[in-house]
Ligand binder design. Structure first.
Ligand SMILES: [Zn+2]
Length: 105
């Protein structure tokens, strides 16, 4: 008998849908006050999560949900990085591949 591995659940700051943490894009405010897209999920700091839907990214940015969740302004370059991550990494400069985003619905 196999038990499913426990994955922490987090909710998207825009649509509030609860998903496994691994399905979400984590944006973190580091202890230094920088905002970063946390691709490893291991950065220290205050995190906010987005489910990766383009609509959620836009909503979170336009309605300042992300800013409120993090408690700090989000810079242009970070916004660009978030958009790149959310759209399946197609525009990611790092060119990282991610199987878990293969199903883009
Ligand atoms: Zn969402």
């Amino acid at each position: 008998m196999r038990r499913p591995r426990h994955v922490p659940q987090r909710s998207c700051v825009a649509c509030r849908q609860v998903r496994p943490k691994t399905d979400l894009v984590r944006i973190v405010r580091t202890p230094l006050g920088e905002v970063k897209v946390d691709v490893t999920g291991k950065l220290a700091g205050r995190g906010a999560y987005l489910c990766g839907a383009a609509a959620c990214v836009e909503q979170a940015l336009k309605q300042r949900k992300l800013v409120r969740a993090l408690g700090v302004a989000v810079g242009e370059d970070v916004v660009r990085e978030i958009r790149a991550s959310a759209s399946g990494g197609a525009r990611s400069a790092e060119g990282q591949t991610s199987d878990r985003r293969a199903m883009n619905t």
